[in-house]
Write a protein that binds this ligand. Structure first.
Ligand code: URP
Ligand code: ZN
Ligand code: ZN
Length: 461
């Protein structure tokens, strides 16, 4: 009381609370009043868990694509993130082939910095391998971007990377220690199925047939085989299927160093949703799969075969989504950052699949390590950023469009009963969210210069 705290370190907990750390449980933790001598605020976290801010390492805020832009821009995205206990996001810099990567990426960093209210890092999209790519990637690395993102599909949108150039790209990434992350669906198979379908109308329920799990299996297999040959680790984004998981297992058995991310929607939603009248709202790529795929992915999360859960938040308004009923032209993507923590807490921790430590690894520590942000992010240790959330693990509530803050105007998890709610979110010690109140300010989020991914350390001789 009245004591000046000049140092955060071992013993501080005991000093503030008067409780021995070892004997403290969440029930016993109660700070009544502490005067620090600074103008520090004290938060009563009684009955709650105090955790590091979550990280959504796969977002598409303000994605300009397919002649439109996604519904949640940088500020809106960061606002809904904070309500969901997410204090860091990793978004994407597109590969604009009309200019040097570092130029367009710097523009993205500046645009995001002007608007966003959580901290952010970037993955660099690479949609082709021009002669100067190595030098361009060197410059991008100097900016603080350490992961590249490739697509093995999406020819029409200009994302597909030529298979013949992949080895060259992987060599560059090995030399520069950049982590290659992959959207893995086999384009030749998808093209073959599209050709068979021809001009015939294909409703949302056709999406999984035109982009089957077999396409994921094939792409994961050849990407991992090439990564192993070149000697790089590889990171598969949004794994969606049991078949894809089988490919990961086979690749690992053959010696590939494969790191896997999945999303809440591939764990929790099924393709039966694609037969509803508002089915376009559930269309994303890869498509939703079957119950057996959800189950296989949960097993892989529980069994440590999947390292990261991130959302692929790519929100379009209901109007945008429902502007087409043909699965080939429905804008692909759904919102998800805000729902991530309560959903994974409910279906992972409360159901007893894994413990809280594992949950914070999946949603915070591991993405921080893999994307070169640890220990600044993903940790509550002294010296880390004070990105802290206060989470009530017992509050039961129902996710619905009124509880969520996305501009999409809907949530794909409408009506889901969940246990656990974010009560407060702090970014670098600043209060962003308290219950339903928002205190964030545009442009206060910092760009995070990534260091080398933790996965490289395993590869080195
Ligand atoms: O449908 C999706 N996933 N949209 C976002 C872009 C991507 O493929 O990750
Ligand atoms: Zn993708
Ligand atoms: Zn994505």
């Amino acid at each position: 009381d009245g004591e000046q705290i000049s140092e955060v370190g071992p013993g501080l907990f005991e000093k503030i609370t008067g409780l021995p750390r070892s004997g403290s449980t969440k029930r016993e933790f109660r700070v009544k009043e502490v005067k620090t001598g600074h103008d520090a605020a004290v938060t009563d976290a009684a009955g709650c868990l105090v955790m590091p801010g979550m990280i959504d390492s796969h977002t598409h805020y303000h994605l300009v694509s397919r002649g439109t832009v996604t519904a949640d821009s940088f500020f809106e995205g960061s606002r809904l993130a904070a309500f969901g206990g997410v204090t860091t996001i990793v978004d994407f810099a597109d590969h604009d082939k009309s200019q040097e990567l570092s130029v367009s990426t710097k523009k993205r960093i500046d645009a995001m910095s002007n608007d966003i209210a959580v901290d952010f890092a970037l993955h660099q999209g690479v949609y082709g391998v021009p002669e100067t790519l190595f030098a361009q990637l060197e410059s991008v690395k100097a900016l603080g971007v350490r992961a590249v993102k490739i697509f093995t599909t999406y020819k029409q949108v200009g994302y597909l990377i030529e298979t013949s150039k992949l080895r060259e790209l992987f060599e560059y990434c090995r030399k520069l220690e950049l982590l290659v992350t992959v959207h893995a669906e086999d384009d030749p198979l998808i093209e073959e199925l599209a050709e068979k379908q021809g001009d015939a109308y294909a409703g949302p329920e056709m999406h999984p047939k035109l982009r089957p799990a077999e396409a994921e299996y094939r792409a994961v297999s050849y990407i991992c085989a090439l990564a192993k040959e070149v000697g790089i680790p590889i990171y598969i984004v949004h794994l969606s299927s049991a078949k894809g998981l089988q490919a990961v297992r086979e690749a690992r058995d053959s010696g590939a160093d494969v790191h896997v991310e999945t999303t809440p929607h591939y764990l929790l939603l099924e393709n039966s949703l694609l037969s509803l009248p508002d089915a376009p709202k559930y269309v994303m790529t890869p498509p939703l799969r079957e119950k057996k795929d959800n189950t296989a992915l949960w097993g892989a999360v529980a069994g440590n075969e999947i390292a990261v859960i991130a959302t692929d938040h790519c929100a379009f308004t209901e109007e945008q989504k429902l502007s087409s009923q043909d699965c080939r032209s429905i804008f692909p993507g759904i919102p998800g950052t805000e729902e991530m923590l309560p959903l994974i807490h409910t279906h992972g921790v409360v159901k007893g699949l894994f413990d809280l430590q594992r949950m914070t690894d999946l949603l915070s520590r591991t993405p921080a390590e893999i994307f070169g942000l640890y220990p600044q992010k993903g940790s509550l240790h002294p010296g880390s950023d004070a990105d802290i959330i206060v989470f009530d693990p017992e509050e039961e509530w129902t996710i619905c469009k009124e509880t969520e803050h996305t501009n999409a105007g809907y949530t794909p998890y409408e009506g889901s009963r969940v246990t656990g709610r974010v009560k407060k979110t702090f970014l670098r010690g600043e209060l962003l969210v308290s219950e339903n109140e928002y205190f964030g300010r545009k442009g206060t989020g910092h760009f995070l210069k990534a260091s080398s991914s933790s996965v490289w350390s395993k590869i080195k001789p």
